[in-house]
Structures are given as structure tokens and as C-alpha cells.
Design a protein around this ligand. Structure first.
Ligand code: C2E
Ligand code: MG
Ligand code: MG
Length: 762
């Protein structure tokens, strides 16, 4: 019996060791193993005491504890089996049922003390020995049945799992199942043989140890090997292993592809790697670890690789070999390049965006302290109009054209260019490389878009010669744009150079804009009248011309402020005011019986964008109860630059309402004889430019006479502007001109003066 006690003691120690490790383990299964081992420990103890005890009370107690603990042990074993084999009890009823059966059995066995229905101890005396012998009673069979049921749960769970699982995992289940079955057989043998001591508890302990090993300690080597193999074979990084002589002993599929190695050419791995990196064999022997970037071009495709190389050492620090990892960064690099490109380039044109242009200009200026530079900024005149009229697609094409031109022409090493937003582009150019003629010639090419445009596309360029290279680049471009602001109204391609007074011009713009409202309210804006005279020298009416009598600046002709107001859209305000002044004058004249005189007012092309001109003018004429024929309206042909149909309708509305519409400045701008045919006007005002020319130019004379003839044939009277000399009057009379306006007859004068001097001319 001694051997048994010793064996049990050893097993108890082993079980306690496993128990402690299991309690400390972080694995999910660990609590199940812990429960199981605790309840394994109790039968070991009770069984050992059974082996050495003879007293009835001790034996009864130990048998009771033994039966109870084996039920609980089997219960926890069943639970462990379900968890370990991944059969989670989905229905809580199954769990409650198992727990109830186990609980009932435990209580029943304990009640043996009262009811004596599980077992009894009989004192037997034989020839060799005497003592208490275990006698099984009816409940003992039920206890065995309950144990068998719990046993079955474990066996079924393990058996199913063994069948279902991959063969890589099978040993985890089959070993425990085998030990369990052997132990069970041993137990059956014990029950049948009616031995006092249940030696199968040894089997139980062995099983406990196996359970602990598999559930807590087990590292499935074969599985890990298999996984390592699969991972190496499938990862996108190339992996190569080398022995201490740098002979290649392993390459994965990715490395074979990257290095162009056949499956059987592993041994050439190191040479191929050197060829890819361009490293020297001897040099490469010296480094412990190294990261290299390299590029490979194959079939026109570029591949970008990062190569990591590491030497490996054993615990004693002796070299055992090395490995290389090749990461394919082609896609990532492409993506990064694209993102970098998008962050620094303009999406539409593909040239630098503002931020990048500023940076590169700054870098270029710093790198070339001895050179002189200019910044140029470009702007398309009335780009919004171009956009509205021809559509976004056309406008975009135009911008791309400008960018392409810059790419093509701006080839010097220090030239920088980019798009500054909407229709604005910026260039940095070395003064020595800048030739304005060539530049203008290149820019002149921009509007050649392969079709005739009603709205001409006019580029304005501002140039600023950099004096202080430390000035912010944005301030340099501000100056270039100030230069542009000065030529904004010019109808032709211009390069304007920044001068300090360009800034003054900008300040002037601001001043005019801010002061206009107050100027109207306080009567600084006044109408001046310039008489218009018929062939017989009789004053027939007057043109109303605006003047600003400024408290600081004094008398201001319209040239000083109208352009600014046209640019910022405030022209409508001043025009309406002058129209109303004209209406008021006409009304007063009418009261005074001077119904023979008309007044003609100017309508700016911009007014048509700002308001419904006919509605406003009709409203004013009605307000002052005018004879509409006495308010003449001067419009210039430039209003026909866009929305021609709409404009024609507007002119018709004015004429239908009874106003006389005059075409002002004919011959000054985009005039064509065609325009005369199309525009439904009542009077033609010949621009003074003709008169300036006629003095020296016979051709002009001829053209003028042609225009006058044409107008006559259309029944349109002609009035000549800017008549300054008697010769001009004679010439115009001869040509058949009907009316005259000019300094020869009268200068524009205040209303008072006009009324005093010019109501009749003899
Ligand atoms: P415009 O309508 O062609 O007006 C005629 C301009 O020629 C006036 O200049 C007038 O003073 C000037 N002029 C008249 N006779 C002679 C001459 O014999 N020799 C010379 N050298 N010049 C002569 P002003 O008043 O400076 O006006 C310039 C332009 O400003 C006008 O040209 C007109 O387009 C515009 N303007 C004037 N007042 C108004 C207004 O109230 N509203 C609008 N929208 N434009 C106006
Ligand atoms: Mg006029
Ligand atoms: Mg005019």
C-alpha cells in the first residue's frame, strides 16, 4: 500500500504545480482547467486516506467525499470538454440541467449519512485479515449512471472534435480522449473488481496533467511550422534566407518574382540581390543590417523596392546567417507622388499652384542672390463674361492653353510659373531672359482658339521688377496686380509695369468708390451741358456730361472717375442720377416754354448688366411727365459685345417707348459697318477721332463720307463730335453731316452758363 501512497503524493504535488500555473495563466480556457484540477486534487487526497485508514467513520467520510468530488470533477471535466472542443452551450437550459444533476447527486451522496442509501460499510473477517468492506447500495448505481452521463458528454465532445478538426490539431484532442477512455476502462475495472481503493485515480491524474499541458502549455509546433511556411509563401514581401557563407537557402514566391529567380534557382539569390541593389559583394559582407532603396525597370514597368538586410546571431553571438526582406513600394510611392503632385499643382492645368509657386520663387531668389528678376502676373479681361458667354469648358480650355504656353516657352532654368487662381497666372523670370516683345507675341497667341469670338479675349499682364528679394512673394504679385489694375480697361493686350504711382492709382480707386454716395447727396456731382448745333447754326439740344466738383480735388472731368465706377459696378448710380438731373432740367424748360430743346444722356454698357435700363428711363420720363422724344439716349456699340439678341430687344423697347437712341462714338472701338446695319438707332454720332485724322489723311475722309452716305441711305441723321475748327465744319457740311458738337460751337458748361449763353446760337 505504501507504493500507492507515494504515487498519490507525487501526483498530488504535480497536480498542485499544474494548478498554480493554470491559475496564473491568461488563457481563456484556464479557469476551466483550474476548476478541474482543484476537483481532481480532492479525490486524490480522499482516495489516499482510504488506502491507509481502517476506522469506519474515516472510511465513511472519505467514501462520501470521494463520490462527491468525482461527480464534481466529471461535471467540470464535461464543462472543460465543451469549452476546449468549442462546443459552447448555446441554450442555458442545458447548463442548468447539468448543474442540477450534479447538485442533486452531491446532496444525495451526502444524505447517505441519514438515509444510508448509497453505500454501507460491513465489517468482514477473513482468514488473512479483517476490516470494513464497502457495500454498494441502490443509489450508488444512480450515482454511477450520473457519472456515466457526464462522462458521455466529454467523450462525445472530444470524439466529434477529433473527427472534425484538421489533422494538425488532432493530437490535442486524441491524446486527452485516449487517456480519458483508458482511465474510464480502469475505473470500470475497479467497479467490477470491487477493490477498496480506486487505482484509476492515477489515470485521472495523468489525464489532468495532459489536460493542463494541452490546454495551457501546448504550442502546436507542426501547426506553427505550417503557418510560417504559408505566411512566407503568401506575403507580398520578398524573403530570402542566407547561411553564414551568404549562400541563399530559401526564397519565397514574392522574392522569386522580384529578383526574377526560377523556383530552382534559390542558390543564385544573393547574386540577384546584389545586382538589384548595385551593392558590392565585399562591402555587403561588412554591414550588420542595412536598408536600401532601389528601382527596377522591367518591360517598361518601374518597380520601387525597399530592401532590408539583417545578419542573425545565436545566443553566443556567433553568426548563423542572414536574411533579406524586399518590400514592394511601387504602389505606395506612386500614390505618395500623386498626392504630393495634387498638393502642389493646379488640378486643371497641371502647373504649380499658388503655394508651390511662391515656395519655388522664394527658393530660386535665395539660390540666385546676384541675379535680377521680374515677377509677371496675368489676368484675362472680363473673364467672368467669357465664362458666362462661352461656357466653363471653353474657359477651361483657354486656361489650359495659357498653362501650355508657359510650359512651352518658360524653359530657362530660373524661370518659375504657376496658376494663382481663376484666370490669374504668375511667372518669375530673370531680367536678362525677359524680352517683352517675345513675351507679348507669345501671349497674343492665347486667344487663337480656332473660332471667331464676339467677346475678344484680352490678356493683361502686370510686371514688377524685384528690388527687395526678402519681400514676401505675395507682396511682389500684389504689385504686379496693381500694375494690371491700371490698364484694366484697355481693350488690347498690355504689359503694364509697376511703378510706385500704380499704388497711388489703387488708393485713388478706393477713394472714389468710398466717396461717391456722399458726393451725389451733397451735390458734388453736377451735369454739364454741351450744345449740339444744326447745319444752320441753331442750338437744337445738348449732351449732358457729368462733372464732379470735389471739395479737395476740385473740378474733375469724367475721365478721372468713370472708369473706376464702371469697373466696380457703381456707374449705374451716377448715371441714374445724371438721367434724373436731365429729366428735371427738361421739365423746367418745358414749364418755361422751351419745348424745342432736347437733352441727350449717356448710358454706360455696364448699366445694362446692372438694371433694366428701359424700365428705369421710362419711369423717370413718366415721373417728370416728359415728351419722351426730348430725352435722347447715347449708347455705344460696345454694348453689342454679348447677348446681342437681348440688347437689340432692349434698344427696341426704348425706341418703341418713344425715345431717340443715338449710337455714340461710332468709329472709335469695334465699329464695323455691319454694326450700323444691325443696330436699330435713330442717330449716329461720329467719333471725334475721325476729325483728328481727316486733317492729314485722305483715306479717313473717304471712309467718313462713306459712313455718312450709308447713314443717309438708312435715313439715320449724323452728328459729328469734337468739331473744333471752321475747316472741319465746312468739310462736314460738304459731306452732308446734319448736326455738330464740339468746342468750335461750345464747350461743356454748367447749366446756368448754358442757359445764359447757348439757348440760341446765331
Ligand atoms: P462722349 O459721350 O463721347 O462725350 C463727348 C466727349 O467729348 C466729352 O468729354 C466732351 O467734353 C468732349 N468734347 C466735346 N467737344 C470736343 C472737342 O471739340 N474737342 C475735344 N477734344 N473734346 C470734345 P467728357 O465730358 O470728358 O466725357 C468723356 C466721356 O465720358 C463721354 O464721351 C462719355 O462717354 C462719358 N460720360 C460723360 N458723362 C457721362 C455720364 O453721365 N454717364 C456715362 N455713362 N458716361 C458719361
Ligand atoms: Mg456721349
Ligand atoms: Mg462720343
Amino acid at each position: 500500500m505504501m507504493w500507492y501512497v507515494v504515487t498519490m503524493a507525487v501526483l498530488a504535488v504535480v497536480t498542485v504545480f499544474c494548478l498554480i500555473r493554470s491559475i496564473r495563466s491568461k488563457r481563456e480556457i484556464a479557469p476551466y482547467v483550474t476548476n478541474l484540477l482543484i476537483w481532481l486534487f480532492i479525490p486524490i487526497i480522499s482516495n489516499t486516506i482510504l488506502a491507509v485508514s481502517t476506522g469506519a467513520d474515516v472510511l465513511r467520510f472519505c467514501y462520501t467525499v470521494y463520490f462527491i468530488s468525482t461527480t464534481v470533477l466529471l461535471y467540470y471535466f464535461a464543462q472543460f470538454s465543451l469549452e476546449y472542443c468549442n462546443f459552447r452551450i448555446r441554450h442555458p437550459a442545458i447548463g442548468y440541467f447539468m448543474t442540477s444533476i450534479m447538485g442533486l447527486d452531491v446532496v444525495s451522496v451526502a444524505l447517505n449519512y441519514l438515509w444510508g442509501h448509497v453505500f454501507t460499510l460491513e465489517y468482514v473477517t477473513t482468514a488473512e485479515e479483517s476490516g470494513y468492506v464497502f457495500q454498494s447500495l441502490w443509489y450508488h448505481k444512480i450515482h454511477l449512471l450520473i457519472s456515466a452521463a457526464l462522462w458521455m458528454i466529454a467523450v462525445v465532445a472530444f470524439s466529434l472534435k477529433t473527427i472534425k478538426t484538421s489533422k494538425l490539431y488532432r493530437d490535442r484532442y486524441i491524446t486527452i480522449l485516449s487517456v480519458f477512455l483508458l482511465t474510464s476502462l480502469w475505473q470500470v475495472f475497479h467497479i467490477v473488481s470491487n477493490e477498496k481503493i480506486d487505482q484509476s485515480i492515477i489515470g485521472m491524474c495523468v489525464m489532468g496533467v495532459f489536460i493542463y499541458i494541452y490546454a495551457i502549455e501546448y504550442q502546436p509546433q507542426a501547426l506553427m511550422e505550417e503557418m510560417k511556411k504559408t505566411v512566407l509563401a503568401t506575403i507580398s514581401d520578398g524573403i530570402l534566407f542566407f547561411d553564414e557563407e551568404r549562400n541563399c537557402i530559401y526564397t519565397n514566391a514574392a522574392a522569386q518574382f522580384q529578383l526574377g529567380l526560377g523556383t530552382n534557382e534559390t542558390s543564385a539569390g544573393f547574386e540577384k540581390l546584389l545586382a538589384l541593389t548595385g551593392e558590392d559583394r565585399e562591402d555587403s559582407a561588412n554591414y550588420q543590417s542595412k536598408i536600401l532603396n532601389c528601382t527596377k525597370v522591367e518591360d517598361g514597368e518601374e518597380y520601387i523596392y525597399d530592401i532590408e538586410f539583417h545578419k542573425l546571431h545565436d545566443l553566443q553571438g556567433k553568426l548563423i546567417g542572414s536574411f533579406a526582406k524586399i518590400t514592394d513600394n511601387t504602389e505606395r510611392t506612386k500614390r505618395e507622388n500623386l498626392n504630393r503632385f495634387l498638393a502642389t499643382h493646379d488640378k486643371l492645368t497641371g502647373i504649380y499652384n499658388t503655394d508651390r509657386l511662391y515656395d519655388s520663387i522664394r527658393e530660386t531668389l535665395q539660390a540666385n542672390p546676384d541675379k535680377e528678376f521680374l515677377v509677371l502676373a496675368s489676368d484675362i479681361k472680363e473673364f467672368k463674361l467669357v465664362n458666362d458667354r462661352y461656357g466653363k469648358e471653353f474657359a477651361d480650355k483657354l486656361l489650359i492653353r495659357i498653362a501650355d504656353l508657359l510650359k512651352e516657352k518658360a524653359v530657362s532654368a530660373t524661370t518659375r510659373y504657376g496658376r494663382l487662381g481663376s484666370d490669374k497666372f504668375g511667372v518669375l523670370i530673370e531680367k536678362d531672359n525677359y524680352d517683352e516683345e517675345t513675351f507679348i507675341a507669345a501671349m497674343r497667341d492665347v486667344p487663337n482658339v480656332g473660332r471667331n469670338l464676339v467677346i475678344p479675349i484680352i490678356m493683361h499682364v502686370g510686371a514688377y521688377e524685384i528690388e527687395d528679394k526678402s519681400m514676401p512673394v505675395s507682396a511682389m504679385f500684389d504689385r504686379a496686380f496693381i500694375a494690371i489694375a491700371g490698364v484694366k480697361h484697355d481693350a488690347e493686350l498690355k504689359v503694364a509695369h509697376y511703378e510706385e504711382n500704380s499704388r497711388d492709382a489703387l488708393l485713388w480707386d478706393q477713394k472714389i468708390t468710398e466717396q461717391l454716395d456722399n458726393a451725389i447727396l451733397t451735390g458734388q456731382i453736377v451735369p454739364y451741358l454741351q450744345a449740339q448745333v444744326s447745319r444752320d447754326g441753331k442750338v437744337v439740344g445738348a449732351e449732358v456730361l457729368v462733372r464732379w466738383i470735389h471739395p479737395d480735388e476740385g473740378f474733375m472731368p469724367p475721365g478721372k472717375f468713370l472708369g473706376i465706377l464702371e469697373k466696380n459696378g457703381m456707374i449705374g448710380k451716377i448715371d441714374q442720377y445724371i438721367w434724373e438731373c436731365a429729366c428735371r432740367i427738361l421739365r423746367r424748360w418745358s414749364f418755361e416754354g422751351r419745348n424745342d430743346l432736347y437733352l441727350s444722356v449717356n448710358i454706360s454698357p455696364k448699366d445694362f448688366y446692372m438694371m433694366d435700363v428701359p424700365e428705369v428711363i421710362i419711369g423717370l420720363a413718366d415721373k417728370y411727365e416728359l415728351d419722351r422724344k426730348r430725352l435722347r439716349l447715347e449708347i455705344t456699340e460696345s454694348i453689342m459685345m454679348d447677348d446681342i439678341d437681348e440688347k437689340l430687344k432692349t434698344i427696341d423697347r426704348l425706341r418703341d417707348a418713344g425715345f431717340i437712341v443715338e449710337m455714340d462714338d461710332f468709329g472709335s472701338g469695334y465699329s464695323s459697318l455691319n454694326m450700323l446695319k444691325d443696330m436699330p438707332v435713330d442717330v449716329l454720332k461720329l467719333d471725334m477721332i475721325f476729325l483728328k485724322d481727316t486733317a492729314k489723311n485722305e483715306r479717313t475722309k473717304k471712309i467718313m463720307s462713306l459712313i455718312i452716305d450709308l447713314a443717309k441711305s438708312l435715313d439715320v441723321p449724323v452728328i459729328a463730335e469734337g468739331v473744333e475748327t471752321i475747316d472741319q465744319v465746312d468739310f462736314l457740311v460738304k459731306m452732308g453731316c446734319d448736326y455738330f458738337q464740339g468746342y468750335y460751337f461750345a464747350r461743356p458748361v454748367s447749366l446756368d452758363e448754358y442757359e445764359k449763353k447757348n439757348l440760341s446760337v446765331s
